[in-house]
Design a protein around this ligand. Structure first.
Ligand code: EPU
Length: 422
């Protein structure tokens, strides 16, 4: 198991390219199951989650070639049973369910287990697929979906108690592309990753409108074909490096970003007293660290609100920002594991009922800390950049799930980091 040692105190300078989005790549890779023709997908980040998805597709019978960010997949003859030992490693594997059901009329996918960031049920996915005519059974830890006479369009409201569901919207949208008739998804997730998937499906021949809004309409077609697609930039990786630059940077530039997708994150960083300057095209930005910084109040919300996936990293920034910050996670109220570790580094944080109250301290000091999930580990790396001394972050595999070569990118910016084997 790898560890990351961060020697705090270096100033970050220079520029890096942001990778393709992990959370757009995962459903797009799964969507290739909808056609027997070859699909070519570019800018797929080399992270363990995309590797798991490729392994699942290969186990289902897909022919996959991958080289430097480009993945070529042909799903000519596929099975309808997703293997448990692969599915259990990544919750997002649930998004093979919709495409398998649509293509094969049957899908067997393991029920995802618990997750450190919260309960994460799949009831909304199943409710949506059921509305399209699938029979849903749970047997021996597996979800068995059958649609002997094919799927048919329906009106579905996907709103849950915590708002819309991203992968649930993806699953229903993918299944509806090959259903008979028109499907209307109300209370759909409007995240840019959902829109990227819809663009990919439309290029394959699907008829989807309204993606990126709360109401998506899908007119079923009889078949889809192979396409080439370039994945959108990863807004969470970009946000993470924006926070790193605000903590320890001096004019860091991030290339291959989308200003539009980064609005809520940019506002939060600017509200805390830093400045983010985009070029005219909005695809590159420079983060100017402010001298007069202040605490902010943040509430996570579905897009275009402030993303839960940037909650931990912002908490790390606010831990050393003067004043009091109040951070509420409405989407995953239990997602505060990073706070206990940040406190071990000297942060003053109180967590209660899905809300963290952070009193900015003058500085943090190094301590051995443990990564608990992807974004929590990113928060620890950010905190360590300015902490006094050398912080050892263990269980680095969490960060490798979703950040492409994070240690190399940090080294390029001048951080003093080392990846070591345990
Ligand atoms: N929910 C239900 N029932 C469901 C599905 C979701 O109650 O059937 C609840 C969840 O428990 C949560 C809320 O609805 O409270 C939103 O969850 P959502 O379904 O949108 O999450 P997801 O689609 O499983 C994706 C991202 C997550 C990100 C969330 C929220 C991918 C692969 N994952 O998960 O990303 O936090 O949306 O934006 O796209 C990450 O990258 O670190 C990550 C965890």
């Amino acid at each position: 198991m790898d560890k990351l040692i961060v020697h705090g105190g270096a100033t970050l300078r220079g520029s890096i390219n942001i990778s393709g989005s992990k959370n757009a790549s995962l459903p797009i890779l799964a969507a290739t199951l909808l056609t027997g023709e070859p699909c070519i997908i570019r800018r797929v980040p080399d992270v363990s989650d995309t590797n798991y998805m490729i392994q699942i597709l290969s186990a289902l019978g897909a022919d996959v070639e991958r080289s430097s960010g480009t993945v070529r997949i042909t799903c000519e003859e596929i099975s309808d049973v997703a293997p448990y030992d692969l599915v259990r490693r990544m919750r997002a594997s649930i998004c093979v369910m919709g495409p398998l059901l649509a293509r094969k009329g049957r899908a067997v996918v393991s029920l995802p287990g618990g997750c450190v960031i919260g309960d994460r049920p799949v009831d909304l996915h199943l409710r949506g697929l059921e509305a399209l005519g699938a029979k849903v059974e749970v047997e021996g830890g597996n979800i068995l979906l059958t649609a002997k006479n094919g799927l048919r369009g329906a009106e579905i409201d996907l709103r849950g108690t915590h708002g819309p569901t991203v992968l649930g919207t993806d699953n229903v949208m993918m299944a509806a592309t090959l259903a008979d008739g028109i499907t209307i998804i109300e209370s759909a997730a409007a995240e840019p990753e959902v829109l990227d998937l819809a663009n990919f499906l439309n290029a394959m021949g699907a008829k989807i409108s309204g993606a990126g809004t709360r109401r998506i309409v899908v007119e079923g077609v009889s078949e889809l074909h192979g396409v080439e697609h370039t994945v959108i930039p990863d807004r969470i990786e970009a946000g993470t490096f924006m926070a790193a630059a605000a903590i320890a940077g001096d004019g860091v530039r991030l290339n291959r970003v989308s200003r539009e997708h980064l609005k809520a994150i940019t506002s939060a960083i600017e509200e805390s007293g830093h400045r983010v300057e985009f070029n005219e095209a909005g695809d590159s930005c420079v983060i100017h660290r402010g001298d007069q910084t202040r605490g902010v109040d943040l509430v996570t919300a579905p897009y275009p609100g402030y993303p839960t996936d940037m909650q931990a990293q912002m908490t790390a920034l606010l831990a050393t920002t003067p004043g009091i910050s109040v951070i509420k996670d409405t989407i995953f109220p239990q997602r505060f594991m990073h706070c206990a570790e940040l406190k071990r580094m000297g942060a003053d944080i109180k967590v209660d009922a899905g809300t963290a109250v952070v009193r900015g301290v003058a500085g943090l000091s190094a301590a051995p800390v443990m990564a608990s999930d992807l974004r929590a580990s990113a928060a620890l790396v950010l905190a360590a950049l300015k902490a006094k001394g050398s912080t050892e972050i263990s269980r680095l595999y969490h960060i490798d799930r979703g950040y492409e070569h994070i240690d190399e990118k940090l080294l390029m910016l001048g951080a003093n980091v080392e990846r070591v084997k345990d």
